[in-house]
Design a protein around this ligand. Structure first.
Ligand code: 13P
Ligand code: SF4
Length: 311
Protein backbone atom coordinates (compact mmCIF):
# COMPACT_ATOMS: atom_id res chain seq x y z
CA UNK A 1 0.00 0.00 0.00
CA UNK A 2 2.96 2.33 0.49
CA UNK A 3 3.80 1.63 -3.10
CA UNK A 4 0.22 2.30 -4.12
CA UNK A 5 0.10 5.64 -2.27
CA UNK A 6 3.42 6.60 -3.73
CA UNK A 7 2.30 5.80 -7.27
CA UNK A 8 -0.96 7.66 -6.74
CA UNK A 9 0.99 10.72 -5.55
CA UNK A 10 3.25 10.54 -8.58
CA UNK A 11 0.28 10.31 -10.91
CA UNK A 12 -1.27 13.38 -9.29
CA UNK A 13 1.98 15.30 -9.65
CA UNK A 14 2.45 14.34 -13.29
CA UNK A 15 -1.15 15.16 -14.03
CA UNK A 16 -0.62 18.74 -12.84
CA UNK A 17 2.70 19.17 -14.63
CA UNK A 18 1.28 17.93 -17.90
CA UNK A 19 -2.17 19.49 -17.65
CA UNK A 20 -3.83 16.10 -17.90
CA UNK A 21 -7.23 14.90 -16.77
CA UNK A 22 -8.07 11.33 -15.73
CA UNK A 23 -11.49 10.05 -16.74
CA UNK A 24 -12.44 6.70 -15.24
CA UNK A 25 -15.29 4.26 -15.66
CA UNK A 26 -16.96 2.68 -12.61
CA UNK A 27 -15.55 -0.74 -13.57
CA UNK A 28 -11.94 0.38 -13.01
CA UNK A 29 -9.84 -0.80 -10.07
CA UNK A 30 -10.60 1.21 -6.87
CA UNK A 31 -7.02 2.57 -6.76
CA UNK A 32 -7.59 4.08 -10.20
CA UNK A 33 -11.04 5.45 -9.35
CA UNK A 34 -9.49 7.12 -6.29
CA UNK A 35 -7.20 9.34 -8.39
CA UNK A 36 -9.64 10.06 -11.21
CA UNK A 37 -10.81 13.62 -11.84
CA UNK A 38 -14.12 12.27 -12.96
CA UNK A 39 -15.86 8.89 -12.75
CA UNK A 40 -18.94 8.19 -14.82
CA UNK A 41 -20.96 6.01 -17.15
CA UNK A 42 -20.27 5.97 -20.89
CA UNK A 43 -22.43 8.99 -21.65
CA UNK A 44 -21.06 11.15 -18.85
CA UNK A 45 -17.48 10.22 -19.75
CA UNK A 46 -18.10 11.13 -23.39
CA UNK A 47 -19.48 14.50 -22.34
CA UNK A 48 -16.52 15.20 -20.05
CA UNK A 49 -14.10 14.25 -22.81
CA UNK A 50 -15.81 16.63 -25.22
CA UNK A 51 -15.72 19.51 -22.72
CA UNK A 52 -12.29 19.21 -21.15
CA UNK A 53 -9.71 21.90 -21.67
CA UNK A 54 -6.84 19.75 -20.43
CA UNK A 55 -4.08 18.93 -22.94
CA UNK A 56 -4.10 15.22 -22.22
CA UNK A 57 -6.98 12.88 -21.47
CA UNK A 58 -5.94 9.68 -19.70
CA UNK A 59 -8.83 7.36 -20.27
CA UNK A 60 -9.15 4.71 -17.58
CA UNK A 61 -11.67 2.53 -19.35
CA UNK A 62 -11.75 0.42 -22.50
CA UNK A 63 -10.64 1.13 -26.05
CA UNK A 64 -13.99 2.19 -27.57
CA UNK A 65 -14.41 4.75 -24.77
CA UNK A 66 -10.97 6.26 -25.34
CA UNK A 67 -11.62 6.26 -29.08
CA UNK A 68 -14.90 8.12 -28.54
CA UNK A 69 -13.04 10.67 -26.39
CA UNK A 70 -10.53 11.23 -29.19
CA UNK A 71 -13.29 11.62 -31.79
CA UNK A 72 -15.06 14.17 -29.61
CA UNK A 73 -11.95 16.18 -28.85
CA UNK A 74 -9.39 15.42 -31.57
CA UNK A 75 -6.93 18.18 -30.72
CA UNK A 76 -6.17 16.52 -27.35
CA UNK A 77 -3.85 13.62 -26.78
CA UNK A 78 -5.88 10.66 -25.54
CA UNK A 79 -3.97 7.98 -23.65
CA UNK A 80 -5.16 4.50 -22.73
CA UNK A 81 -3.04 2.63 -20.14
CA UNK A 82 -3.31 -0.62 -22.12
CA UNK A 83 -4.31 -0.64 -25.78
CA UNK A 84 -5.44 -4.25 -25.39
CA UNK A 85 -8.25 -3.16 -23.08
CA UNK A 86 -10.94 -4.01 -25.62
CA UNK A 87 -14.56 -5.08 -25.21
CA UNK A 88 -16.16 -8.42 -26.06
CA UNK A 89 -19.32 -6.64 -27.16
CA UNK A 90 -17.48 -4.27 -29.52
CA UNK A 91 -15.56 -7.27 -30.88
CA UNK A 92 -18.79 -9.11 -31.62
CA UNK A 93 -19.50 -6.66 -34.44
CA UNK A 94 -16.81 -6.77 -37.15
CA UNK A 95 -17.16 -3.91 -39.69
CA UNK A 96 -17.16 -6.04 -42.86
CA UNK A 97 -20.02 -8.26 -41.73
CA UNK A 98 -21.94 -5.28 -40.42
CA UNK A 99 -21.47 -3.38 -43.67
CA UNK A 100 -23.03 -6.34 -45.52
CA UNK A 101 -26.08 -6.36 -43.27
CA UNK A 102 -26.51 -2.64 -43.68
CA UNK A 103 -26.36 -2.99 -47.48
CA UNK A 104 -29.25 -5.46 -47.34
CA UNK A 105 -31.43 -2.91 -45.59
CA UNK A 106 -30.49 0.44 -47.11
CA UNK A 107 -33.60 2.22 -45.82
CA UNK A 108 -33.19 1.23 -42.19
CA UNK A 109 -31.98 3.75 -39.65
CA UNK A 110 -28.83 2.37 -38.01
CA UNK A 111 -28.63 2.84 -34.25
CA UNK A 112 -25.44 1.64 -32.60
CA UNK A 113 -24.70 1.23 -28.94
CA UNK A 114 -21.54 3.19 -28.07
CA UNK A 115 -19.79 -0.13 -27.24
CA UNK A 116 -18.52 -0.57 -30.81
CA UNK A 117 -15.47 0.41 -32.83
CA UNK A 118 -15.04 3.80 -34.51
CA UNK A 119 -15.41 2.07 -37.85
CA UNK A 120 -18.85 0.73 -36.87
CA UNK A 121 -19.74 4.25 -35.77
CA UNK A 122 -18.97 5.48 -39.29
CA UNK A 123 -21.70 3.09 -40.51
CA UNK A 124 -24.18 4.40 -37.98
CA UNK A 125 -26.87 7.10 -38.13
CA UNK A 126 -27.02 7.64 -34.42
CA UNK A 127 -25.16 6.31 -31.39
CA UNK A 128 -26.71 5.63 -27.99
CA UNK A 129 -25.60 4.53 -24.53
CA UNK A 130 -27.56 2.52 -21.99
CA UNK A 131 -28.68 5.70 -20.26
CA UNK A 132 -30.22 7.39 -23.30
CA UNK A 133 -31.07 4.47 -25.63
CA UNK A 134 -34.81 4.61 -25.03
CA UNK A 135 -34.90 8.31 -25.78
CA UNK A 136 -32.83 7.86 -28.93
CA UNK A 137 -35.07 5.07 -30.25
CA UNK A 138 -38.18 7.12 -29.47
CA UNK A 139 -36.74 10.06 -31.41
CA UNK A 140 -36.77 8.05 -34.64
CA UNK A 141 -39.82 8.55 -36.80
CA UNK A 142 -42.30 5.67 -36.50
CA UNK A 143 -42.37 5.06 -40.24
CA UNK A 144 -38.67 4.15 -40.20
CA UNK A 145 -37.32 0.66 -39.64
CA UNK A 146 -34.31 0.29 -37.35
CA UNK A 147 -31.17 -1.84 -37.26
CA UNK A 148 -29.77 -2.00 -33.72
CA UNK A 149 -26.20 -3.18 -33.03
CA UNK A 150 -24.24 -4.72 -31.48
CA UNK A 151 -25.97 -5.77 -28.22
CA UNK A 152 -28.94 -8.10 -28.69
CA UNK A 153 -29.84 -8.04 -24.98
CA UNK A 154 -30.06 -4.27 -24.81
CA UNK A 155 -31.79 -4.39 -28.21
CA UNK A 156 -34.58 -6.73 -27.15
CA UNK A 157 -35.02 -4.82 -23.89
CA UNK A 158 -35.47 -1.64 -25.95
CA UNK A 159 -37.96 -3.34 -28.26
CA UNK A 160 -40.09 -4.11 -25.21
CA UNK A 161 -39.71 -0.64 -23.71
CA UNK A 162 -40.46 1.28 -26.90
CA UNK A 163 -42.77 -1.14 -28.72
CA UNK A 164 -40.56 -0.76 -31.81
CA UNK A 165 -39.53 -3.74 -33.88
CA UNK A 166 -35.82 -3.67 -34.62
CA UNK A 167 -33.44 -5.82 -36.59
CA UNK A 168 -30.89 -6.89 -33.96
CA UNK A 169 -27.22 -7.66 -34.44
CA UNK A 170 -26.34 -10.90 -32.64
CA UNK A 171 -23.73 -9.50 -30.23
CA UNK A 172 -23.38 -9.63 -26.47
CA UNK A 173 -21.12 -8.81 -23.54
CA UNK A 174 -19.35 -11.82 -22.01
CA UNK A 175 -19.48 -10.32 -18.55
CA UNK A 176 -23.20 -9.58 -18.49
CA UNK A 177 -24.04 -12.93 -20.03
CA UNK A 178 -22.16 -14.69 -17.23
CA UNK A 179 -24.84 -14.22 -14.57
CA UNK A 180 -26.62 -17.37 -13.46
CA UNK A 181 -30.38 -17.04 -13.05
CA UNK A 182 -30.56 -20.15 -10.82
CA UNK A 183 -27.93 -18.83 -8.46
CA UNK A 184 -29.44 -15.37 -8.51
CA UNK A 185 -32.83 -16.76 -7.47
CA UNK A 186 -31.22 -18.88 -4.76
CA UNK A 187 -29.48 -15.80 -3.43
CA UNK A 188 -32.73 -13.87 -3.57
CA UNK A 189 -34.40 -16.58 -1.48
CA UNK A 190 -31.77 -15.99 1.21
CA UNK A 191 -32.30 -12.22 0.98
CA UNK A 192 -35.98 -11.73 0.21
CA UNK A 193 -35.90 -8.04 1.09
CA UNK A 194 -33.22 -7.32 -1.53
CA UNK A 195 -33.91 -5.29 -4.66
CA UNK A 196 -32.41 -6.82 -7.78
CA UNK A 197 -30.81 -4.23 -10.04
CA UNK A 198 -29.34 -5.03 -13.46
CA UNK A 199 -27.54 -3.51 -16.41
CA UNK A 200 -29.54 -3.87 -19.66
CA UNK A 201 -26.68 -5.84 -21.27
CA UNK A 202 -27.81 -8.74 -19.06
CA UNK A 203 -29.87 -11.57 -20.54
CA UNK A 204 -33.64 -11.34 -20.78
CA UNK A 205 -34.29 -13.83 -17.96
CA UNK A 206 -32.15 -11.75 -15.59
CA UNK A 207 -33.84 -8.49 -16.64
CA UNK A 208 -37.21 -10.11 -16.11
CA UNK A 209 -36.59 -10.51 -12.37
CA UNK A 210 -34.90 -7.12 -11.91
CA UNK A 211 -36.61 -4.36 -9.92
CA UNK A 212 -34.50 -1.73 -11.67
CA UNK A 213 -32.68 -1.75 -15.02
CA UNK A 214 -30.27 0.99 -15.99
CA UNK A 215 -26.78 2.21 -16.83
CA UNK A 216 -24.02 2.18 -14.24
CA UNK A 217 -24.88 5.75 -13.19
CA UNK A 218 -28.57 4.88 -13.23
CA UNK A 219 -27.93 1.99 -10.85
CA UNK A 220 -25.89 4.19 -8.53
CA UNK A 221 -28.65 6.79 -8.43
CA UNK A 222 -31.28 4.15 -7.80
CA UNK A 223 -29.40 2.69 -4.83
CA UNK A 224 -28.66 6.16 -3.42
CA UNK A 225 -32.29 7.28 -3.58
CA UNK A 226 -34.01 4.01 -2.72
CA UNK A 227 -35.68 3.42 0.64
CA UNK A 228 -34.50 -0.18 0.52
CA UNK A 229 -31.30 -1.21 2.23
CA UNK A 230 -30.27 -4.38 0.41
CA UNK A 231 -29.42 -4.81 -3.27
CA UNK A 232 -28.29 -7.64 -5.51
CA UNK A 233 -26.23 -5.98 -8.23
CA UNK A 234 -26.10 -7.54 -11.71
CA UNK A 235 -23.31 -5.70 -13.47
CA UNK A 236 -19.52 -5.68 -13.44
CA UNK A 237 -18.40 -5.94 -9.82
CA UNK A 238 -16.14 -2.86 -9.98
CA UNK A 239 -19.21 -0.68 -9.50
CA UNK A 240 -19.51 -1.90 -5.90
CA UNK A 241 -16.59 0.32 -4.86
CA UNK A 242 -18.35 3.59 -5.66
CA UNK A 243 -21.75 2.21 -4.65
CA UNK A 244 -20.59 1.21 -1.19
CA UNK A 245 -18.93 4.60 -0.75
CA UNK A 246 -22.26 6.24 -1.59
CA UNK A 247 -24.32 4.08 0.76
CA UNK A 248 -22.01 2.84 3.54
CA UNK A 249 -24.93 1.53 5.59
CA UNK A 250 -26.64 -0.47 2.87
CA UNK A 251 -25.88 -4.08 1.95
CA UNK A 252 -24.69 -4.71 -1.60
CA UNK A 253 -24.37 -8.23 -2.96
CA UNK A 254 -22.81 -8.91 -6.37
CA UNK A 255 -25.00 -11.12 -8.58
CA UNK A 256 -23.47 -14.59 -8.88
CA UNK A 257 -21.93 -15.89 -12.09
CA UNK A 258 -22.32 -19.33 -13.67
CA UNK A 259 -20.11 -22.21 -12.38
CA UNK A 260 -17.64 -22.09 -15.23
CA UNK A 261 -16.89 -18.41 -14.82
CA UNK A 262 -13.36 -17.56 -13.71
CA UNK A 263 -14.53 -15.62 -10.64
CA UNK A 264 -17.53 -15.95 -8.36
CA UNK A 265 -18.76 -12.55 -9.41
CA UNK A 266 -18.45 -10.92 -12.81
CA UNK A 267 -15.37 -8.95 -13.62
CA UNK A 268 -14.53 -7.45 -16.99
CA UNK A 269 -11.03 -8.67 -17.80
CA UNK A 270 -10.67 -5.88 -20.36
CA UNK A 271 -11.48 -3.12 -17.88
CA UNK A 272 -9.08 -4.72 -15.42
CA UNK A 273 -6.18 -4.64 -17.89
CA UNK A 274 -5.60 -1.08 -16.79
CA UNK A 275 -3.57 -1.01 -13.61
CA UNK A 276 -2.30 1.91 -11.54
CA UNK A 277 1.24 1.12 -12.68
CA UNK A 278 0.24 1.14 -16.35
CA UNK A 279 -1.68 4.35 -15.86
CA UNK A 280 1.39 5.97 -14.33
CA UNK A 281 3.61 4.69 -17.14
CA UNK A 282 1.31 5.90 -19.88
CA UNK A 283 1.04 9.37 -18.39
CA UNK A 284 4.82 9.55 -17.94
CA UNK A 285 5.65 8.30 -21.45
CA UNK A 286 2.56 9.75 -23.13
CA UNK A 287 2.11 6.36 -24.67
CA UNK A 288 0.06 4.29 -25.55
CA UNK A 289 -1.89 6.96 -27.35
CA UNK A 290 -5.12 6.69 -29.36
CA UNK A 291 -4.39 7.78 -32.92
CA UNK A 292 -7.09 7.78 -35.57
CA UNK A 293 -7.28 8.95 -39.15
CA UNK A 294 -8.85 12.36 -39.66
CA UNK A 295 -11.46 11.09 -42.14
CA UNK A 296 -12.51 8.25 -39.85
CA UNK A 297 -12.88 10.65 -36.92
CA UNK A 298 -14.98 13.09 -38.91
CA UNK A 299 -17.35 10.37 -40.08
CA UNK A 300 -17.63 8.69 -36.69
CA UNK A 301 -18.26 12.05 -35.03
CA UNK A 302 -21.61 12.64 -36.76
CA UNK A 303 -23.68 9.89 -35.07
CA UNK A 304 -22.09 10.68 -31.69
CA UNK A 305 -22.86 14.37 -32.12
CA UNK A 306 -26.48 13.51 -32.95
CA UNK A 307 -26.68 11.48 -29.76
CA UNK A 308 -25.27 14.29 -27.60
CA UNK A 309 -27.67 16.81 -29.13
CA UNK A 310 -30.62 14.56 -28.34
CA UNK A 311 -29.71 13.62 -24.78
P1 13P B 1 -22.48 2.26 -18.85
O1 13P B 1 -22.66 3.26 -19.93
O2 13P B 1 -23.77 1.86 -18.20
O3 13P B 1 -21.48 2.74 -17.84
O4 13P B 1 -21.96 0.88 -19.47
C1 13P B 1 -20.67 0.67 -19.92
C2 13P B 1 -20.37 -0.76 -20.15
O5 13P B 1 -19.39 -1.12 -20.74
C3 13P B 1 -21.28 -1.74 -19.61
O6 13P B 1 -20.72 -2.98 -19.73
FE1 SF4 C 1 -17.40 -4.51 -22.89
FE2 SF4 C 1 -18.81 -6.03 -21.28
FE3 SF4 C 1 -16.45 -5.15 -20.46
FE4 SF4 C 1 -18.55 -3.46 -20.69
S1 SF4 C 1 -18.33 -5.17 -19.27
S2 SF4 C 1 -16.46 -3.12 -21.41
S3 SF4 C 1 -19.58 -4.31 -22.48
S4 SF4 C 1 -16.81 -6.55 -22.18
Amino acid sequence: TDRKLNLQEQVKKLKKEKNAVILAHYYQEPEIQEIADFIGDSLELARKAAETEAEIIVFAGVHFMAETAKILNPSKRVLLPDLKAGCSLADSCPPEAFRKLKEQYPDHVVVTYINCSAEIKTLSDIVCTSSNAEKIINSISKDKEIIFAPDKNLGSYLMKKTGRKMLLWDGACLVHEAFSLDKLLELYKEHPSAMIIAHPESEEHILKVANYIGSTSGMLNFVRNSEHDKFIVATEAGILHQMQKDVPNKTLIPAPAKEDNTCACSECAFMKMNTLQKLYNCLKNEDPEILLEEALMEKAHLPIKRMLELS
